[in-house]
Design a binder for this molecule. Structure first.
Ligand code: ADP
Ligand code: GN1
Ligand code: MG
Length: 368
């Protein structure tokens, strides 16, 4: 048993007993990665051998509609299972483990919980190790979108209203700036000015979509590198995880989010801003991988907009971090004072880099 305190692990053990898992619990550890949920890994021994599971206490402050969230995940995983079952080139889908009463999640005293089968012999990465890895991740997310192309958009619920809307993120930012509850705006003056100068870019995707340049399609919505699992032996992508934000949006959101995270030359919360930037070779690998996975359905205008999407998503996530800093760190988990401001600075630094190297990135586009 690791860092998880005995008090919290005994609570988690009680929760696990309510999921339909056979055998004896042998081990339980925290498995923290993202900014939203609390994640644990458990090991069980039964007559069939050893099996492992991922358990998550769902952040219901962020996801207030937990039934809607789990409805979406069931719809997506069922659809993927139908598509990939047997085939899929070794690609797997996440699989939920129901509660003992057959539900997709458990309402426990400390909040809602869900359980997934652990994908064995896999690894995930917080920082990109090679162009090949970037290519494989991007192709996996592109294929993921392609597999969902025939899933009914209206069958998915909008669990966080206007989650992907950059204009809405700008409104939330301005609200936080106006109310400035902790009087943090003045000290963040440079970042606030940077954000306000870029107001015009937030409406571009919505305008193009309204003009009919491309339709809304289902996206993954959180294409961080550590949301792809790679086979430990072959290095091939084997599963896409973290399906909480699978909802209708503009497809290039996923490409933009891939670039902002995987082609970053620094950590998402790096304080040494001289390290911040976007690696053009990784950008090229991501663009090629995404096109190989999703190119079949993208319109010519979408392909043209790929570099813009990288800038827009990087800006929008930076705006969300800055908004949360101004609002008092109420959304993203933080580990230190000023953590969200540090994160916003990195996103804005990357955006500034991409703006200054627009031509260089365009020259790295596949086919150019
Ligand atoms: P968060 O929303 O906090 O990012 P995730 O659902 O992405 O949570 O899970 C955190 C990490 O746990 C992932 O980055 C991945 O490395 C790992 N993980 C999640 N689900 C599985 C699974 N079913 N099998 C193996 N690893 C997993
Ligand atoms: C959050 O769960 P996690 O840490 O992978 C956020 C994403 C952001 C990301 C920024 C539901 O993702 O939208 O892009 O942080 N998820 C939610 O790192 O808000
Ligand atoms: Mg994740």
């Amino acid at each position: 048993m690791d860092a998880a305190s005995s008090e919290s692990t005994s609570r988690v053990r009680a929760v696990l007993a309510d999921f339909a898992i056979a055998g004896e619990l042998e081990g339980l550890e925290t498995f923290q990665r993202g900014h939203i949920h609390d994640t644990f890994l458990s090991t069980w021994r039964s007559g069939d051998g050893v099996a492992r599971f991922i358990h998550q206490r769902i952040n219901d402050r962020v996801f207030s509609d937990v039934p809607g969230l789990m409805h979406n995940i069931e719809a997506v995983t069922r659809h993927l299972e139908r598509k990939l079952g047997g085939g899929g080139g070794g690609f797997q889908t996440l699989r939920l483990v129901p509660t003992r009463s057959g539900a997709s999640f458990l309402v426990a005293p400390d909040g809602p919980w869900r359980t997934y089968h652990f994908i064995e012999n896999s690894a995930s990465f917080d920082a990109c190790e090679s162009e090949d890895q970037a290519y494989r991740a991007a192709r996996a997310f592109g294929e993921f979108q392609a597999w969902l192309i025939d899933l009914d958009l209206d069958g998915l619920r909008e669990t966080i209203p206007r989650f992907f809307s950059s204009p809405h993120r700008m409104v939330q930012f301005r609200d936080a700036l106006d109310s400035d509850p902790l009087a943090r705006a003045e000290a963040a003056g440079a970042e606030v000015a940077f954000a306000l100068e870029r107001r015009p870019m937030v409406s571009v995707m919505a305008e193009r979509m309204r003009a009919g340049a491309f339709p809304r399609r289902i996206v993954h919505g959180d294409t961080k590198l550590n949301n792809v699992l790679f086979d430990r032996a072959s290095g091939e992508a084997v599963c896409v995880v973290d399906l909480d934000t699978c909802m209708p949006a503009y497809s290039l959101y996923d490409f933009g989010d891939l670039v902002r995270f995987t082609a970053a030359t620094s950590a998402e919360d790096e304080r040494d801003l001289s390290l911040v930037g976007t690696d053009p070779d990784l950008y090229r690998a991501l663009a090629q991988g995404y096109l190989d996975g999703a190119g079949g359905f993208l319109t010519a205008e979408e392909v043209e907009l790929m570099p813009f999407a990288a800038r827009l998503v990087t800006f929008t996530i930076g705006l969300r971090f800055l908004t949360d800093h101004l609002a008092g760190d109420v959304y993203f988990k933080t580990a230190r004072e000023g953590h969200n401001l540090d994160r916003a600075r990195v996103q804005f630094g990357m955006l500034a880099w991409m703006e200054a190297h627009e031509r260089d990135l365009a020259a790295r586009a596949p086919g150019s």
